[in-house]
Write a protein that binds this ligand. Structure first.
Ligand SMILES: Cc1cc2nc3c(=O)[nH]c(=O)nc-3n(C[C@H](O)[C@H](O)[C@H](O)COP(=O)(O)OP(=O)(O)OC[C@H]3O[C@@H](n4cnc5c(N)ncnc54)[C@H](O)[C@@H]3O)c2cc1C
Length: 181
């Protein structure tokens, strides 16, 4: 997004253009608890890249946040799309849902259709910290300081993808701006 906003500053944003991003889709599904066989210990699971499954993880949202589902229901949120393999995100809802249900059948033995489902696509939303990321960011920050002083950046593409990391970066940027004015 920053690269788009600063598109005319080719040289400054060159390091940003080398950061790949992956698309992901979230698939939230509600099932009666009776559809879930066995104990749900923990709050979900992640899936290894080479496992052959489409889903990359599943959060048992109703266990993580009790208020997220009515009593007697399980709310599962699965993720599809991974680095180098995110074509599934541009498939139809039916294709995505069918792939997710196939995996849930194998992993959790859930046969039933969800009573509620919601699919959200997040295009190019996951920047990838490939080898050389830190150097790329240092170069970009130094380009900004030299060519566009006063412009600061914060967010998932730079120094941490998680919300706490993004908040830390935002606070650090605010400090810099306040020092400047
Ligand atoms: C599916 C998914 C699940 C995640 N789950 C978790 C989680 O459980 N825990 C966690 O810590 N992190 C999670 N993350 C990561 C975290 O949510 C993101 O890394 C973080 O929200 C990124 O913040 P950001 O400010 O960099 O970008 P965004 O939150 O994407 O904000 C960018 C903003 O810029 C706006 N914008 C875009 N283009 C323009 C433009 N041209 N002009 C003006 N505005 C524009 C957008 O509308 C958007 O509001 C998840 C991410 C995804 C995609």
């Amino acid at each position: 997004m920053t690269a788009k906003l600063l598109n005319e500053y080719h040289q400054t944003i060159a390091p940003l253009k080398e950061i790949p991003s992956t698309s992901v889709a979230t698939v939230a599904m509600a099932f009666p608890l009776s559809s879930i066989k066995g104990e749900l210990g923990g709050t979900g699971f992640v899936v290894t890249k080479k496992s052959g499954y489409s889903i990359t993880a599943c959060t048992w949202t109703h266990k993580k946040w009790k208020h997220s589902a009515p009593d007697g229901y399980a709310l599962l949120r699965c993720y599809v799309g991974r680095f180098g393999d995110d074509e599934i995100v541009s498939e139809s809802d039916e294709v995505i849902l069918s792939a997710v249900r196939k995996d849930l059948k194998k992993i959790m033995n859930i046969d039933e259709h969800p009573e509620y489902q919601s699919i959200k696509r997040w295009n190019k939303a996951m920047p990838q910290y490939i080898v050389g990321h830190q150097q790329r960011i240092e170069k970009f920050q130094s380009n900004l300081a030299n060519n566009l002083p006063g412009i600061h950046v914060a967010g998932a593409a730079y120094e941490g993808l998680g919300l706490p990391d993004c908040i830390d970066q935002g606070e650090a940027v605010v400090k810099k701006v306040l020092e400047m004015i």
